[in-house]
Ligand binder design. Sequence first.
Ligand SMILES: [Zn+2]
Length: 172
Amino acid sequence: MNGRALVLNASFEPLSVVAARRALILVLSEKAVLVQGSGWEVHSARRAFAEPSVVKLVHYVRVPHQTRVAVTRRSVFVRDGHRCQYCGAQAENIDHVVPRSRGGAHSWENVVACCRRCNTRKEDRLLEEAGFRLSRQPRAPRSRLWLLAASGDVEDDWVPYVAPVLQQAVAV
Ligand SMILES: [Zn+2]
């Protein structure tokens, strides 16, 4: 038993990913209920248990603050749907809206996916100088789970729970 399980809040909102063993302990201690099994069984001396793939907490927990997701080429591409945020073409680069040479930060609010052509045309200029417009204002994703999705580590069983959060995180 070395699988992973998605933990949902009592509200069905995804909270975290834990080892399946830890999720089973939550279920057995009645802190969580099994939502979906992995299809595997875990055997103890007397009993067999369904290995959890998705569990839901019995009591709602408040999440005090969300950790910021790291700004990487891959995570920016996922947020921007692999589309250039200036012209809509297939993105190949990331671009600092305010160039780093002009004091622009490497932050979610200042980094966008960009095609090679726009990247070359914009150079080290500000949007107004280059006559460029963003298709939407870049923002930071709101969920830690987003990082997981960006890394492609989402199990099929988790998609129904994780997908709405991702859409919410991206559609800002
Ligand atoms: Zn472009």
